[in-house]
Design a binder for this molecule. Sequence first.
Ligand code: ZN
Length: 124
Amino acid sequence: MNEPKTRCKQCNRSILQRTADKREGFCAICHCRQPNIPPDDFEIPAPHAERIKAIGLDPTNYVQKAWDEKSQSFSDSDDPFEKLVSNLEDRAARYLKWLPEVREFANACGRKNPNITPESCDKI
Ligand SMILES: [Zn+2]
């Protein structure tokens, strides 16, 4: 075990080169203290972006979240975007599954109490 080392560009602590490569030249401690702003050229990888579009969402709304996932990923074998995208897909599937039942329930309530208004709800 004689891995190449370098120094943290913030605190000058000796760190492994692979730590520096993964954390923009910072040690883990200094890296955590950096504002986690995605670089201008960061994009959600195309296959993941396509999956987000396929469920009717705009991938540009998830750039910060994707960057956060990537930053918090410690293993190279992990796909840091998979969890984000599969969570969005799960949420979309639940929405589509339950929406008709929720609408039907709302309609049934409307038929049962046709005179109900937001004002009458305030008195309950
Ligand atoms: Zn440091």
